[in-house]
Design a protein around this ligand. Structure first.
Ligand code: ATP
Ligand code: MG
Length: 439
């Protein structure tokens, strides 16, 4: 069953096709939405391709946006969503390996199919009759579960190098193979990925990580050589042995791949936390009484920071992901934490992500989930007012009690809150007594 918003969107896209045809133009659904419908998945968004020129599209849908009109794309509003209506076109040369130098509009869909990236993404569909226009063998490749570049794969990756990552993303998402010629071309051209803007690489990479098939995505990235190019820090996990008593599964790479597999669909922060939580291990590996990784957490935070700044991630993203790396070993200490330490730990922003990372970490190593269940139980039982009680004292109270305001207030108030969280004080009077004893 389609959700009603998807049905609305399809209805809207179909009406756009109808209106264009009434006005004498050709028009079809095209691209990802056709691929998804033919493969029995629910499309996220709908694209329409037409022989009408952008100005003619705009004339038929006066309140639409013109964002990409010079590239032949008009955004036609559909309630809160939008349908992209693109004029049939061919791209004339890509001298920078990123953007077409110019586009020329075409009167028929054939050339428009040929400028698209993969055969499964280049099929046209008549939304009313179900008639399919397939100039590139896209339906066969859907049936055979293959990602195949349209035309000469080398030339197509030369035009737009990001397509190399898109090939991996679609292959991972659908569980398809990359056709051997296409895979071979990626292997040969992998180093050209560095000419693509970091933000575009990041967006593809994060989608590969979060769409639910991250393990397969990373194995494909490795197979085609892109992993070593864009994430050498992760490639370095391979062959880093771990103590078998804690990690019977094998090396760091195997451990992280197992975690990605168990993770399924995930938010970006959690997915990056999983990928990078042990990033400090290759650099800190040493053999003492057993294999040890002293300082791997701190090193991992540093490496994660380096990767995320290379990908121009926001400060918030950086803080959330590095917090996951920084805290992942603290679960081991939970059984011996003082109540105040434990409560502060449970109060970490987005604690659910920390806990899920821990669960995946255990499931993919020694499978000991005792701490996980213990923490779940505490979270389920501890009332909010015990976890985050109203403070017994504020800065204002301290001033009223005659303490001169200053930088030590913060430390004093923290000590008071610790005592409150530990249950050793319960009232404002006891809190003030404690403050006096501290001075
Ligand atoms: P998704 O489900 O991830 O949105 P999609 O196939 O809809 O997949 P989009 O990025 O939304 O992908 O692009 C829509 C269509 O535009 C694609 O199906 C493809 O035909 C074409 N396209 C997108 N990016 C490229 C590219 N870099 N090179 C060639 N064609 C592209
Ligand atoms: Mg799309």
């Amino acid at each position: 069953m389609r959700k009603s918003s998807e049905a609305d969107l399809r209805g809207h896209a179909s009406r756009i096709v109808f209106t264009l045809r009434e006005a004498g133009f050709q028009a079809y659904l095209v691209g990802g939405c056709v691929r998804d419908e033919l493969m029995g998945n629910a499309p996220k968004d709908y694209d329409v391709a037409t022989s009408a020129l952008p100005q003619q599209v705009l004339a038929l849908f006066p309140d639409s946006g013109t964002v990409g009109a010079h590239f032949g794309v008009v955004l036609v509003r559909a309630g809160r969503a939008q349908v992209e209506v693109a004029t049939f076109r061919s791209d004339a040369g890509y001298s920078d390996g990123r953007h077409p130098d110019a586009v020329s509009f075409e009167l028929t869909p054939r050339k428009d199919a040929l400028r698209r990236d993969f055969t499964i993404n280049a099929v046209f569909l008549d939304p009313f009759t179900g008639e399919v226009l397939d100039f590139v063998g896209g339906r066969n490749d859907m049936r055979d579960a293959v990602i195949r570049a349209i035309g000469d794969p080398r030339a197509r990756f030369e035009e737009d190098r990001l397509r190399m990552l898109r090939a991996v993303r679609f292959a991972a998402r659908f569980g398809f193979d990359i056709e051997p010629g296409t895979l071979h071309a990626i292997r040969e051209m992998r180093a050209l990925i560095h000419t693509v803007a970091a933000e575009r690489i990041r967006d593809e990479l994060f989608r590969i990580l979060t769409e639910g098939q991250a393990r397969r995505g990373f194995q494909l990235l490795d197979e085609c050589g892109l992993l070593a190019e864009i994430l050498p820090e992760v490639k370095a996990f391979q062959g880093v042995e771990q103590p078998p008593e804690f990690h019977p599964e094998g090396d760091v790479w195997t451990h992280v791949m197992l975690m990605l597999e168990q993770m399924g669909k995930a938010g970006t922060h959690l997915a990056l936390g999983v990928l990078l939580h042990d990033a400090g291990k290759p650099a800190t590996f040493r053999v003492a009484d057993r294999i040890r990784f002293d300082g791997h957490v701190e090193k991992g935070v540093e490496i994660a920071r380096g990767i995320l700044s290379r990908f121009r991630c926001s400060g918030d993203q950086m803080d959330s992901v590095t917090a996951l790396v920084a805290n992942h070993m603290r679960f081991m200490d939970v059984p011996k934490m003082k109540p105040s330490t434990l409560k502060r730990f449970l109060r970490l922003p987005d604690f659910e992500d920390h806990l899920e990372l821990h669960r995946l970490d255990c499931l993919s190593s020694n499978r000991d989930l005792r701490t996980y269940h213990h923490v779940r139980e505490i979270l389920g039982q501890m009332p909010a007012e015990v976890l985050r009680p109203e403070p017994l004292l504020t800065g204002r109270d301290l001033i009223e009690a005659g303490f001169p305001p200053g930088p030590q207030f913060k430390k004093v108030l923290r000590a008071v809150e610790d005592a409150q969280l530990d249950g050793s004080i319960r009232t404002k009077e006891e809190a003030l007594q404690l403050v006096r004893s501290l001075n």
